[in-house]
Design a protein around this ligand. Sequence first.
Ligand code: PLP
Length: 391
Amino acid sequence: MNDSKSLRSRIAKTVRDIPRSGIRDFFEIVSSREGVISLGIGEPDFVTPWHIREAASQALDRGVTSYTSNMGLLSLRRGISNYIEKKTGVHYNPEDEVLITVGVSEGLDLAIRALIEPGDEVLYHEPSYVSYNPLIELAYGVAVAVETKKENGFRVTRAELEEKVTPKTKVLLLNYPNNPTGAILSKQDIEEIAAFAIERDLIVFTDEIYDELTYDREHFSIISVPGMKERAIYLHGFSKAWAMTGFRMGFTCAPPELTEAMMKIHQYSMLCAPVLSQEASIQALKHADEDIAHMKAEYKKRRNYIHSSLEEMGIPCIRPEGAFYAFADISKFGMTAKDFSLKLLDEQNVACVPGTAFGACGEGFIRCSYATSLDEIKEAMKRIAQFIKTL
Ligand code: PLP
């Protein structure tokens, strides 16, 4: 009765129109092959530090298996408030300004749905994390991409933002340290963008999930600029620096009015974040500084290696200063990013993500993740060097 065409026609148009993630599609091809070295995954290759896992299993042994408050465990919110204040100098009240979410993924969805009405414009810089554009469109917002350039180290500038802002712009969405480019912004860059946001009366969503992972200088958060806390939703989580992707733990920090708005959606759609993950995160905040330092030192070694190898073989790449990605310029080989990636996979069993997965302006680039062992990276670099000789 219901053939597949008729079922498809009943799917909401916004959902039908949204393309599947370019990364996921590519990795379906990768997972069907053997012996592939993957530089594709945006996920730490480290297992979550043992004491964090133990905190979760001890909580389970104690029978901690219930819902928590919608906002999340107060002790975790207090820990987050202290952690953010130490980093940024900004105090968020754990009672009504910190919300525990299911990853930064949910935090982004909540922030967008809480603020965006049909037709509201959201400025974001591209190449960008794959979720931004679809989440904005799912909320009937208008996603306005601001292209960042390799020549400028993929740093978004005030002048570029000025070109795209309109009276309908409600939100500016930032992500530094950046996925997929590895770029970070200087304090001065951030201050200029903050001044722009204040002048234009924009709300700023700042996704700082990689803020611990910078290799040459500290990350400076836009919430530290006076006047920004009042207009910002700060998004962060435990997936990356703590190697806790599977725990699905994130949080938002925002003024009470915005937190309350996000909490209402969270309450009806998620109820609360998983309690065992919340218990693990309390431990993570208290005792993981050394683990983070160790993982960060490893990423830095790999960053240095992957960057110099790509440059030596004649593939230009800005020196990534944060996150764990190198965004390499393969435009001189005269192939699309997708064709380059597929041929590299086919001929050398190395998987990288075509830059177009992160927006149209990623054409001519591939993203190589260095969240994989140095030995694998070394072998992958050898294979890429061999591959480009044949082009
Ligand atoms: N934001 C950025 C920039 C990311 O790169 C990712 C994951 O790759 C996320 C958000 C989602 O992270 P989470 O695991 O906390 O949902």
